[in-house]
Design a binder for this molecule. Structure first.
Ligand code: MGD
Ligand code: MGD
Ligand code: SF4
Ligand code: MO
Length: 887
């Protein structure tokens, strides 16, 4: 057969909670192209830079492909037996609570369902928690307090239908880019739409804002209590809705009445005028959506922050109708699916409660399981403390990298070290957590996995298995079921296909439900494999009354509390727990950058995704920087009571004074000393258990470096300076580094680290302590390194462009040594990752050609015309270099 098989498969993006549909072109059994699925209601054909680069992160390099015990490859039988026996022995000796699972919002619903069933129904403990604890457990707790259920009321169309969009603690331009593009378009279609961004720092998202409230971090409750008070004081409460559908307003008003405009403005450190504008817009716009994310949840009063938001929506009657509602956005692709199956230690399957006898009885009868956990298990931070203290003696970590992502990293490392059995299921071989694994299970990943995920608007979509599992990799649900059976639980885990798991999950959601529980997809019970394979994206609930799903909840004014009324929760503004002091006078905020995903295990290996920002940095206000004699590109030591990090200085006037911002992503695989979670203490929200990851108390000082270097090579580089950050790039590999000491011979130093052979040349200017080392072979550049005594004033990532030269020899070297790179060579920092357009080219187009709009830049340079993720960067550059363009 000569004819090549080309076909199209529809699936869902593996990254964020927007849950975009992806069409994959399969050509001769290879994935050759991805496009946004035009009919998927989350994205209607769009994809951001991460989604559109998914094939670049999906090759087999760095994959874990066989089971291993203590660094030796073993058979699945052996690995499964080993883990099942160890778990059984530990339970027999120390009880069910001596074992734990730490799972993830990146598992599929089917994986998650069986993990939860095994722990709660068969092992009989609730020690299963998830990285979602770090992500949206405050949002869950707040919805449950207010609505009696974990129900997200809104859908994405509400963002388009609203007259007032408040982004609270969200950098959606970078973290939910496709939704952000829907916001941009909505604003273009409805110029009256107001956009308010509430975030202590200026971010890419503030580009869209009509009003940016740069509040003092952690003061959101004061701000929102002030809004409730304003609604009351100005007779803007929706009395009819409040009396018919809510209870408890008086108590909430009691808590908020002290919050006058003046007092809020003072506490939040903004002007009364700015504040009043927000309040007016929210109150007087016919509709309003508050779109909130980690700036709300990751706080020591995250649950109160979320309830303060819900209070305002209830008081104004802005909920349950088009364009209205408190909209918590999820981060991970299947954070919502995890909530559905009860993946948190204090929840039970199908949105039931663990400390509720009726619910435990119901679930146990449905599962026909030997036992059922009746008390909440350990929440993430607590779980690792119990591992450290020895209460938990065996832990199985799946699809998350806690050595990087949990607060108090040094203590987490000690816990993993002390634990007698650490089992890690991952698709990637080298992660910071893997270092501690006694047993490694190779899991399948996106494009191989088959199942469902649920996005932020309750929409269930299929992730389809397109490729066969590579090597010995198995699906997570299979690994879990095999362990369950090897532990002796033969009955509940005889699934042969993910549809069997999904079908059971659907049936459980409807079991003795009768409209009492919000999560009900009984309309999908009985689904067979053909129907499952064809399943189109659908919003839960899916029931007899809503066979095609339900777009918006609470449109009937009925909630899931006993009284069917929503509850106001009186909340009191409190300071963050990690307080600054004389020794630690800076607030350390953390978060995401545009092109990286969490701990970089996948996105860190794609040259296309590392070019935008390739090093860990600390953003600092210019006044603070100059007081500390910190300049752009210098290395700073940031330290707290719990640990320290070395990161590059980025002077940023968008930061408030005495506040820093550091991305969460870099870890041991990609940098020397940049795991930011070592700076955070184990502080959690008392209601949700979610850690306070946006507010550490730290200090910062210059790291006295003697040299700053940048090297690029065709082969992997070895670096061992105090500071280094590695990334793949178009030429092969690059590394930025900095350290102390007087290196006598830079040529020798490079030769030991470059992994390259050829003719070596060293050029030096001893007076300035500048060194340039080249290695080339047969007219091809193999390696280049620039070293100097001070930070590079300009971006020098252009060095990698040299590798594209057709012929390379002494002449080119001479030119390079003296030349100031032209814009063709030195495009500057990459802004548009799709078309590789650099900052310098863009500034040139703005300044020299007068391109004063994103569209004009797109016409000239193509930047921003594919995935659109860089459009806010472009408009930021226009504002900076062509102030006249800002109307
Ligand atoms: N590119 C990219 N996208 C992602 C991810 C990724 O790793 N990379 N991860 C996904 C996941 S799991 C998640 S959870 C989401 C997170 O999505 P976001 O929550 O949008 O992202 P973050 O950068 O963590 O934080 C958002 C903002 O909160 C602000 N903030 C800090 N403290 C406060 C405060 O006290 N009050 C207020 N109002 N704001 C504050 C920060 O300055 C920051 O700009 O992103 C998802 N999307
Ligand atoms: N300081 C600070 N810390 C934070 C945050 C912050 O804003 N600031 N954000 C927090 C939030 S919101 C989140 S969600 C967490 C994220 O933190 P983590 O969950 O630790 O981050 P990831 O890098 O997404 O880890 C996922 C792991 O699963 C692997 N993996 C991918 N697909 C599969 C699969 O199908 N099966 C298996 N078994 N493995 C797979 C990946 O290779 C990777 O090792 O970080 C939290 N930590
Ligand atoms: S917005 Fe980007 S990362 Fe998120 S689901 Fe869509 S394509 Fe994937
Ligand atoms: Mo998250």
């Amino acid at each position: 057969m000569n004819k090549k098989a080309v076909n199209l498969k529809q699936t869902t993006c593996p990254y964020c909670g927007v849950g975009c549909g992806i069409d994959v072109t399969v050509n001769d059994s290879k994935l050759t192209r991805v496009d946004g699925s035009s009919e998927h209601p989350a994205n209607f054909g769009r994809l951001c830079i991460k989604g559109s680069s998914v094939l670049e992160t999906n090759d087999l390099s760095g994959r874990l492909l066989q089971p291993m015990i203590a660094n030796a490859t073993v058979s699945w039988d052996e690995a499964t037996r080993h883990v099942a026996d160890k778990f059984n022995q530990t339970i027999a000796k120390y009880g069910a609570d001596s074992v734990a699972f730490y799972v993830s919002g990146q598992l599929l619903t089917e994986d998650y369902y069986v993990a939860n069933k095994l722990m709660k129904g068969y092992i009989g403990s609730a020690n299963i928690d998830t990285n979602s604890r770090l992500c949206m457990s405050s949002a869950v707790a707040a919805y449950k307090r207010a609505f009696g259920s974990d129900t997200v009321p809104c859908n994405y169309e509400d963002i388009e239908d609203t007259d007032c969009l408040v982004l609270l603690g969200s950098n959606a331009a970078w973290t939910h880019p496709v939704l952000f593009q829907r916001m941009e378009r909505a604003k273009q279609l409805n110029p009256n739409m107001k956009v308010v961004v509430i975030d202590p720092r200026k971010s890419a998202t503030t580009e869209l804002a009509d009003l940016h409230l740069a509040i003092k971090p952690g003061t959101d409750v004061a701000l929102l209590n002030g809004l409730l008070n304003y609604l009351f004081a100005n007779q803007l409460i929706d009395n009819e809705f409040v009396s018919l559908s809510t209870e408890g307003l008086e108590l909430a008003l009691e808590q908020s009445k002290l919050w006058t405009l003046e007092k809020v403005a003072q506490v939040c450190d903004i002007t009364v005028q700015e504040l009043e504008t927000y309040y007016k817009w929210f109150a007087h716009s016919p509709t309003a959506v508050t779109f909130y994310c980690m700036g709300v949840n990751q706080s020591s009063q995250g649950t109160d922050k979320a309830n303060a938001i819900i209070n305002c929506h209830l008081a104004a009657g802005k909920i349950g109708s088009a364009g209205n509602g408190p909209f918590s956005i999820t981060g991970q692709p299947n954070a919502m699916g995890g909530r559905e199956v009860g993946g948190l230690a204090n929840m039970l399957a199908a949105h039931m409660d663990i400390e509720n006898d009726k619910h435990t009885d119901l679930v146990q009868r449905f599962w026909q399981s030997p036992r059922i956990a009746k008390k909440a298990g350990a929440k993430a931070v607590d779980m690792f403390e119990k591992v450290k203290s020895g209460d938990i003696k065996a832990i199985w970590i799946m699809a998350t990298n806690p050595a990087v992502s949990l607060p108090n990293g040094n203590e987490v490392a000690k816990a993993l070290e002390a634990c007698p059995l650490v089992v890690v299921s991952d698709c990637v071989d080298n992660t910071d957590t893997m270092e501690w694994a006694d047993v490694r299970f190779p899991a399948t990943t996106w494009s191989e996995k088959n199942g469902t995920v649920t996005n932020s608007e309750r929409r269930i979509s299929r992730q389809r298995g397109i490729m066969p599992p590579p090597g010995q990799a198995k699906h997570d649900w299979q690994i879990i079921c095999d362990i369950a059976k090897a532990m002796g639980f033969n009955r509940g885990f005889n699934f042969t296909h993910p549809v069997d798991v999904f079908e059971e999950h659907a049936r459980l959601s409807g079991f003795e439900n009768n409209g009492q529980r919000d999560f009900d997809i009984s309309g999908l019970a009985g689904i067979n494999q053909t129907q499952y394979d064809k399943l189109r994206p659908i919003q839960w609930p899916v029931t007899k009354d809503y066979p095609l799903g339900r777009a918006r909840m609470f449109d009937d004014g009925r909630f899931f509390t006993a009284s069917k009324k929503a509850k106001f929760i009186g909340v009191e503004a409190k300071d963050p727990v990690q307080k600054t002091s004389e020794a630690y006078p800076f607030v350390c905020n953390t978060g995401r950058i545009r092109d990286q995903w969490h701990t970089m295990t996948r996105t860190g290996k794609a040259a296309k995704l590392t070019a935008h920002i390739s090093e860990p940095f600390v953003a600092i206000h210019p006044d603070d920087a100059s007081a500390l004699e910190l300049v752009d590109g210098a290395i700073a030591r940031v330290f707290s009571e719990t640990g320290e990090s070395l990161v590059k200085v980025k002077v940023d006037s968008g930061q408030r004074k005495k506040e820093l911002f550091i991305p969460m992503h870099w870890n041991k695989q990609f940098a020397a000393n940049a795991n930011i979670n070592r700076l955070f203490a184990s502080v959690v929200d008392p209601v949700s258990g979610q850690p306070e990851l946006k507010h550490a108390a730290v200090n910062i000082e210059a790291y006295p470096a003697d040299y700053y270097g940048f090297m690029v090579g065709k082969n992997p580089l070895f670096v061992d300076s105090d500071y280094w950050a590695k990334s793949p790039n178009a030429a092969g590999f690059s590394a930025s580094f900095s350290g102390q000491g007087d290196i006598q011979d830079w040529l020798d130093w490079c030769q030991q680290r470059a992994n390259s052979e050829g003719e070596w040349i060293r050029v030096e200017n001893l007076h300035n302590k500048e060194f340039r080392i080249f290695c080339y072979q047969e007219n091809e550049l193999q390696f280049v390194c620039y070293v100097q005594a001070s930070p590079f004033a300009q971006d020098i990532s252009w060095l990698s462009e040299m590798f594209a030269l057709e012929s390379f020899g002494r002449e080119e070297i001479k030119a390079l040594i003296t030349a100031i790179p032209t814009p063709e060579v030195s495009k500057g920092r990459q802004i548009c990752s799709c078309f590789k357009v650099g900052e310098k080219q863009i500034i040139e187009a703005i300044v020299d050609y007068g391109d004063d709009s994103v569209d004009k830049l797109g016409q000239r340079l193509k930047c921003g015309t594919n995935c659109g993720s860089c459009k806010t960067d472009l408009s930021g550059l226009i504002k900076q270099h062509c102030p006249a363009a800002v109307a």
